[in-house]
Design a protein around this ligand. Structure first.
Ligand SMILES: *[C@@H]1O[C@H](CO)[C@@H](O)[C@H](O)[C@H]1NC(C)=O
Ligand SMILES: *[C@@H]1O[C@H](CO)[C@@H](O)[C@H](O)[C@H]1NC(C)=O
Ligand SMILES: *[C@@H]1O[C@H](CO)[C@@H](O)[C@H](O)[C@H]1NC(C)=O
Ligand SMILES: *[C@@H]1O[C@H](CO)[C@@H](O)[C@H](O)[C@H]1NC(C)=O
Ligand SMILES: *[C@@H]1O[C@H](CO)[C@@H](O)[C@H](O)[C@H]1NC(C)=O
Ligand SMILES: *[C@@H]1O[C@H](CO)[C@@H](O)[C@H](O)[C@H]1NC(C)=O
Ligand SMILES: *[C@@H]1O[C@H](CO)[C@@H](O)[C@H](O)[C@H]1NC(C)=O
Ligand SMILES: *[C@@H]1O[C@H](CO)[C@@H](O)[C@H](O)[C@H]1NC(C)=O
Ligand SMILES: *[C@@H]1O[C@H](CO)[C@@H](O)[C@H](O)[C@H]1NC(C)=O
Ligand SMILES: *[C@@H]1O[C@H](CO)[C@@H](O)[C@H](O)[C@H]1NC(C)=O
Ligand SMILES: *[C@@H]1O[C@H](CO)[C@@H](O)[C@H](O)[C@H]1NC(C)=O
Length: 474
């Protein structure tokens, strides 16, 4: 990808990371950089057994703690040779890169006492306030998520919740897999993150994060096993990721500060919820986000904005994306919408955020339901553009349709017949080269291309827009 904005972001992100050595024999330009050679320590030299039965926590932590800290600081690689390393939470520190080699698995413990007291530190691997930290090596970090299933159910598993001590309340009290909190220059590459019990890769209040060649696998029926959650962080690049999981795949959120400059490219995604979701936590701004060259298959929702808490969203581009969305059990958010843009107050007392300058370019969709664009009275959608889109509508599951999904909060699920694009509270919408195709293999007529909620849509233009039935092979 060589658009100027991506180049800029690559430079922004890569330059501070040069002291991290690449995982494989480097390209010549890389290796000639005048950096000190990294220290390499092996966890087995510190007593790690790697049999998957005995805890190796202490050995791993002492290896990390033995990395040099005095300036000039050097990168320190902590090596995991092939084996299974069962562990309680391990804490990374500045300049440390976990090098989990191919054939090695870092296996998260499944007991409450394996994790720190404060539930916001429940991770298998946690880096806090560190710089130049990362994970690589070709191996696996595994959270044993299936051991947290209380009752298996094809629609949605019922999960354990560690809420009896009072440290965490509710039914989502489970450890996340990998967390970087308040870090600078984070790099996660060439690693597989598997079976998180809760969110998988969590980036919080970080600056300059580079995630590449990461594959994420979570159980398709387990709730809350999000792929990558990016929270209150600036300058994030995600590229060449492969995410197959139950809950949201790439999910930027704002709780305590804004999200600026996030780019995700060259990814493949399958999820029972949203493939890309902005929100639903949306207290601050989202600005300068680019999603390019992404394949989304069999998901409950494709590109989603669920703005509920007063944060404003602007300058977002989605380009070169293929999406297939279908219905699943309605307990999962999503109604097979390929594109879903909503802003409404979560509760009657919540603020309303606006959404402006959204572009969708070169998008192909195959879906069981249409596009939903819904602003609200105090939270307008403005300046949206749909350019070069082929939207095919076809039913292939037997779940009933006929519902519009405002969750979380707002009006919840509302009966409303399907349409190619439903529009509410929009100011400025440009549609150009957009083609809708409707399967004729339907019992009832459903080829309603456009549904304007009256009086709330202004300044819209359609250029080269087409909608028609097509003959579906039986
Ligand atoms: C990280 O920094 C934050 C903010 O300064 C602080 O509240 C937190 O205690 C720090 N965490 C650690 C482990 O030092
Ligand atoms: C604890 O979690 C269970 C679900 O596993 C839930 O039913 C219960 O209400 C939760 N209790 C508290 C105190 O949060
Ligand atoms: C992101 O940038 C904004 C604007 O400069 C700043 O207020 C915020 O603190 C930054 N966040 C981080 C995590 O660096
Ligand atoms: C985001 O990127 C733009 C350039 O595209 C840059 O001007 C801005 O400073 C960046 N924001 C942050 C918070 O780094
Ligand atoms: C798009 O991403 C795929 C990986 O999902 C990659 O193989 C392909 O080269 C990318 N295409 C472009 C034009 O960059
Ligand atoms: C989308 O599908 C078209 C046609 O099958 C293909 O040429 C293109 O590479 C796909 N792009 C992505 C991002 O999957
Ligand atoms: C969103 O924009 C409105 C209008 O400019 C502004 O009043 C509000 O403070 C913004 N919200 C946030 C969270 O910055
Ligand atoms: C949409 O389909 C038309 C006709 O088949 C094709 O020319 C165009 O490239 C397609 N656009 C996209 C974005 O795939
Ligand atoms: C959209 O697709 C066309 C034809 O494949 C290509 O020339 C153009 O660069 C694409 N636009 C973007 C923004 O990627
Ligand atoms: C929605 O439709 C269902 C099935 O047709 C019906 O049972 C239900 O009462 C409707 N709900 C509302 C709020 O109209
Ligand atoms: C109408 O919307 C377009 C963008 O879709 C914007 O460029 C234009 O300024 C708007 N015109 C008016 C009169 O608001």
């Amino acid at each position: 990808m060589t658009t100027p904005i991506l180049q800029l972001i690559f430079l922004l992100i890569l330059s501070p990371l040069r002291q991290l050595p690449p995982s494989k024999p480097a390209t010549p330009t890389r290796i000639q950089l005048p950096h000190p050679t990294p220290t390499t320590l092996s966890v087995t030299d510190f007593g790690a057994i790697g049999d998957g039965i005995h805890y190796d926590t202490e050995a791993i932590q002492s290896t990390i703690n033995s990395c040099p800290t005095t300036p000039p600081t050097k990168a320190c690689h902590v090596n995991f040779p092939p084996g299974i390393y069962l562990t309680a939470t391990i804490h990374l520190k500045s300049n440390v890169v976990l090098n989990i080699q191919e054939g090695a698995t870092l296996l998260g413990g499944t007991k409450l006492e394996d994790y720190p007291k404060e539930f916001n530190r429940w991770y298998v691997v946690l880096a806090e306030n560190a710089s130049d930290v990362g994970i690589t090596g070709g191996g696996v970090v595994d959270g044993q998520g299936l051991k947290f299933v209380k009752r298996f159910n094809e629609r949605k598993n019922v999960m354990v919740s560690w809420n009896s001590t009072g440290a965490c309340l509710g039914d989502e009290c489970r450890p996340r897999l990998v967390g970087f909190i308040g870090c600078t220059n984070v790099k996660v590459w060439n690693v597989r993150l598997s079976e998180p019990a809760y969110w998988c890769l969590h980036i919080v209040q970080c600056l300059n994060t580079h995630i590449s060649d990461v594959s994420i696998y979570g159980d398709f029926n387990s709730p809350n096993n999000d792929g990558i959650d990016i929270e209150d962080s600036n300058n994030t690049l995600i590229t060449r990721c492969h995410i197959d999981t139950g809950d949201d795949a790439i999910c930027p959120k704002t709780y305590t500060g804004p999200i600026y400059n996030l780019t995700a490219t060259d990814c493949w995604i399958r999820t029972k919820s949203s493939a890309i979701k902005l929100g639903s936590a949306s207290w601050f701004e989202f600005k300068g986000l680019v999603f390019d060259n992404i394949t989304i298959v069999d998901s409950h929702r494709g590109l989603g904005l669920q703005i509920r808490d007063g944060g404003n969203v602007s300058d977002i581009t989605f380009s070169n994306i293929n999406i297939s969305t279908r219905y699943y059990d309605p307990s999962w958010w999503g109604r097979a919408e390929p594109i879903y843009v909503t802003t409404c107050p979560r509760h009657s007392s919540s603020k309303e955020g606006s959404i402006s300058n959204l572009q969708f370019i070169n998008i192909t969709t195959n879906s069981e339901n249409g596009v939903f664009l819904s602003g609200s009275k105090g939270g307008l959608l403005s300046n949206l553009r749909f350019i070069n889109m082929n939207l095919t509508f076809r039913r292939w599951t037997t779940y009933p349709g006929g519902l519009v999904d405002y969750r979380p909060g707002c009006q919840g699920l509302v009966n409303h017949s399907a349409a190619g694009i439903i529009m509410e509270h929009i100011e400025g919408f440009e549609v150009e080269n957009v083609n809708m195709r409707w399967s004729d293999y339907q019992n009832e007529p459903w080829d309603n291309p456009l549904d304007f909620r009256p009086s709330t849509v202004n300044n819209i233009s359609f250029l080269n827009f087409h909608s028609a039935l097509y003959k579906q092979m039986k």
